[in-house]
Design a protein around this ligand. Structure first.
Ligand code: ZN
Length: 181
């Protein structure tokens, strides 16, 4: 299998045409981005450095046409995506169908929908404003840390906390507040 850098090199022009920044790696499907963690910070970085940097990115090499349908391990049949997109991607014999699917994925929208689903699970639809305010405070994150007994590293994403964990903590917080009124 070709390296991620080799795959990137093949797709460079396509990525540029589709408004992907070569120096700020993100998922080629949902555009999930890790802050500046994997960015090329040197503005004068060489083409070679920019290409090689893609080997560091936590993206997976996905087959466009799967092996079971005769898809090859050549760079033109490989596409870099995050683990979530890789899991969800269609198994299809059509290159066009695959690329059309990837173009419709949207990390922020997926995340928003996940949050809204958990908010409905906990019947907190009428508390959106309160939740928004709460998320911005340190109080909520302290609460989650206490519950989990682990150190949560928000800025560098040391530990992934599921959306349901966050919303569960919010639901608990709101319940306690209301009882103390
Ligand atoms: Zn993705």
């Amino acid at each position: 299998m070709p390296s991620k850098a080799k795959i990137f090199e093949h797709w460079m022009n396509w990525l540029h045409k589709n408004c992907f920044d070569w120096a700020e790696p993100s998922c080629w499907s949902c555009r999930k981005y890790w802050g500046d963690k994997y960015d090329i910070k040197n503005p004068r970085a060489s083409r070679k450095e920019i290409i090689r940097n893609w080997n560091r990115v936590p993206l997976q090499r996905c087959h466009i046409i799967p092996r079971q349908f005769g898809g090859s391990d050549e760079v033109e049949n490989l596409f870099l995506m995050c683990a979530e997109c890789h899991d969800k991607a269609p198994n299809t014999k059509s290159r066009e169908a695959f690329l059309q699917w990837t173009s419709k994925q949207n990390h922020s929208k997926n995340f928003y929908e996940l949050v809204m689903k958990e908010i409905r699970n906990y019947e907190l639809q009428d508390k959106i404003k309160l939740i928004n305010d709460l998320i911005k405070t340190k109080k909520l994150w302290n609460l989650i840390e206490d519950d989990l007994g682990i150190h949560v590293n928000q800025s560098r994403g040391g530990i992934e906390i599921t959306v349901s964990t966050v919303i569960a903590a919010i639901a608990e917080y709101i319940r306690n507040e209301e009882e103390n009124l």
